[in-house]
Design a protein around this ligand. Structure first.
Ligand code: 0CG
Ligand code: SF4
Length: 329
């Protein structure tokens, strides 16, 4: 396999000189700072307290990561009442409602909170606006753990808005005191459509003080947009329940890819997808370890796509300190 910058594109199939078989590899892709921190949190908790360490919900939405941590001694549960009294529990990167902290305290659990600081920021915004008497219009996907956690901060003040279709039915206490917030991993473009519909309905609508859709979600979408139009096929590595990964598939097709598929790993790539394809785009969601992308690249190389061009849309230097519980004696 050859890995090259933009200047060294060349045909790799000598029998068809006009036909390139290349891979455009989006950057940034894969792990964001919040996922990195959450995975390390579980690993460090295992070292510090010994196995088993319980984790409420998937620490991040990736099957490979969850299996790997299980092998190291993590036990994944759905709720804190499944955790033996007095044991150690880690809360996932997607955040939890305050009630979950209270339940854990009641059971005498040692709770380590791996909520991404950028999700915590949205929780704080929700608490503040609720305190100030606002109705909060939270744009997000029903049932997603992050949305459940954020709504738990002010259940009687937060209204979930799935998209523009939900806007007409919204009822608020005072149309002059409404603010919108959002899940961190949405499609930027779709969210703006929903915001436009909300603004039309509530002209006094306040916007969040800063972006709720996080830097990693935005950068991965910008990068996949950059490659999509040149690709007949875009492969996104990510698990089905990963919101940000699923959004990359949608963004890729909206930005001009002929087809886009979400795969958990190379074993799910279907050879028939490559028919009449000369340029494959490849990227991965924020919860996806790079090894899975490397395996996808190896699979593509075996199938004749061994000329890889990295297309970078942004540099990322974000880093988050580990949860306090792990850094203090
Ligand atoms: O994209 P979502 O919110 O579903 O989460 P995932 O675990 O895939 O990645 C970012 C985090 C946390
Ligand atoms: Fe945090 Fe964004 Fe990563 Fe979610 S996707 S863990 S909000 S950095």
């Amino acid at each position: 396999m050859t890995l090259s910058g933009p200047s060294s594109l060349h045909p790799v199939d000598p029998s068809a000189t006009t036909r390139r078989r290349r891979v455009l590899l989006a950057a940034p892709r894969g792990y964001c700072a919040g996922v990195d921190r959450a995975v390390i949190t579980v690993e460090k908790a295992l070292k510090r307290y010994g196995a088993p360490v319980y984790v409420r919900k998937q620490i991040v939405h990736n099957t490979y990561v969850v299996r790997a941590l299980e092998r190291k001694g993590a036990i994944f549960v759905e709720e804190t009442d499944e955790v033996p009294e007095g044991a150690v529990v880690v809360f996932s990167a997607h955040g939890v409602a305050p009630q979950v902290h209270a339940q854990a305290a009641r059971r005498g659990l040692t709770a380590i909170d791996a909520t991404c600081p950028l999700v915590t920021k949205v929780h704080k915004e929700a608490r503040r606006f609720a305190r100030e008497g606002y109705d909060i219009l939270l744009i997000g996907h029903e049932g997603h753990e992050e949305v459940i956690g954020t709504m738990g901060e002010a259940p009687d003040r937060i209204h979930l808005v799935g998209g523009p279709d939900d806007v007409p039915a919204l009822e608020v206490r005072d149309e002059r005191r409404v603010v919108w917030l959002s899940q961190t991993t949405l499609s930027v473009d779709e969210t703006m459509e929903t915001v436009d519909a909300l603004k039309e309905r509530f002209p006094a609508l306040l916007s969040p003080p800063s972006d709720d859709i996080c830097y990693a979600t935005q950068n991965r979408q910008t990068a996949v947009k950059r490659i999509a139009a040149a690709c007949e096929l875009v492969i996104v590595v990510g698990s089905r329940n990963s919101s940000n990964s699923a959004r990359l598939v949608e963004v890729a097709t909206q930005a001009g890819a002929d087809a886009a598929h979400l795969v958990d790993g190379a074993e799910e790539i279907d050879e028939t997808w490559l028919r009449d394809v000369s340029t494959v785009g490849l990227t991965s969601g924020a919860s996806v370890p790079e090894v899975l992308v490397e395996e996808a690249l190896a699979w593509l190389a075996e199938h004749g796509f061994d000329d890889v061009e990295v297309v970078r849309a942004a540099e990322e230097r974000q880093h988050f300190a580990l949860p306090r519980e792990l850094t203090h004696p």
